[in-house]
Design a protein around this ligand. Structure first.
Ligand code: NAP
Length: 287
């Protein structure tokens, strides 16, 4: 029941109607029997500063940030974690002791969490990341945090690729990064040990598409981990192809759940029921 004492969390974005965050956060809050609610809050780009100032006035406890505000929110925060500075984007914001706002990027930890269940030593890993948009930045930071030996990013726009590459030069992270055109894939695939799709190719409704052909994927070596950031569908064509080759596969739903769990822990300062968050999303997506 919502009362005058109920504490409010939420997510800002534009549009926000399709956000899955309220589903998993409210499921966790209910399981923990806490007097909190997590709300979707549509905020237009031009209203961002107004909204964030207003949040302090209404005593909002914390919030997630999604497209198009992940970069624009940075100047409105009094503290930004080193990992969010490295990525250049914030997705989780909380109140500081002196009633200002601090931000971090939990996508990095969300990406890493399922990988850490497979091995601890990533120093021999050669990562290949398909796409160089917003999400790819968190994946590069995640691969650097893991300590991957090499990080290769493949993109289709030469200018954007160069900008992407330059943006890591003064990074606080040690990033052994090289950028490539898609034409170079056939050379890169045989040496890859972690392959990550950050493009939307294969996302609903284009569920039969894959960023790589079956022939291209056939050149992957044994024991490769193949990770797709897409969560609708959970089993993309890309992951189906990888499974057929015997690769370890990780879907985007797991990253979504794990980044949400890290954010909720920041706000509540206690362990959160990750299984309930995962189940709530799986059930919601089946509907
Ligand atoms: P974005 O900023 O738009 O980046 C998409 C990237 O994919 C860009 O580099 C784009 O290239 C490339 N791309 C798009 N269509 C392509 C095509 N047909 N061929 C080759 N490259 C193509 O999007 P984003 O925010 O990074 O998100 C990317 C995906 O990750 C989405 O599916 C999103 O749902 C998913 N995601 C999942 C999570 C999670 O928690 N699981 C978190 C974040 C994002 P150009 O720049 O040349 O257009």
């Amino acid at each position: 029941m919502i009362t005058g004492k109920t504490k409010v969390l939420g997510v800002i974005g534009h549009p926000i109607e399709h956000s899955l965050s309220p589903v998993m956060h409210n499921a966790a809050i209910a399981q923990m029997n806490l007097d909190y609610i997590y709300l979707p809050m549509p905020v237009k780009p031009q209203d961002l500063a107004l909204a964030v100032n207003g949040f302090a006035a209404i005593n909002l406890q914390g919030f997630n940030v999604t497209i198009p505000h992940k970069q624009a929110i940075l100047p409105l925060l009094s503290e930004i974690s080193p990992i969010a500075q490295a990525v250049g984007a914030v997705n989780t914001v909380w109140r500081t002791d002196n009633f200002l706002w601090a931000g971090t990027n939990t996508d990095v930890e969300g990406f890493i969490a399922p990988l850490r269940t497979y091995k601890q030593d990533w120093s021999q890993t050669i990562a290949l990341i398909l796409g160089n948009g917003g999400a790819a930045r968190a994946i590069v930071a995640g691969c650097a945090e893991l300590g991957c030996a090499e990080i290769h990013v493949v993109g289709r726009n030469q200018m954007k690729l160069q900008e992407f590459s330059h943006s890591w030069i003064n990074s606080p992270l040690t990033v052994n990064l090289q950028v490539h055109n898609w034409e170079e894939l056939s050379r890169l695939i045989p040496q890859t040990t972690l392959l990550v799709n950050t493009t939307p190719i294969g996302m609903y409704p284009n569920v039969d598409s894959s960023p790589l052909s079956t022939d291209e994927m056939a050149h992957l070596g044994d024991g490769v981990i193949v990770y797709d950031l897409i969560y609708t569908p959970k089993q993309t064509q890309f992951l189906k192809q990888a499974k057929k080759l015997g690769a370890i596969t990780i879907d985007g739903l797991e990253m979504l759940v794990q980044q949400g769990a890290v954010a909720l822990q920041i706000w509540l300062q206690q362990p959160v029921p990750v299984d309930i968050m995962r189940q709530s999303l799986q059930q919601h997506l089946i509907k």
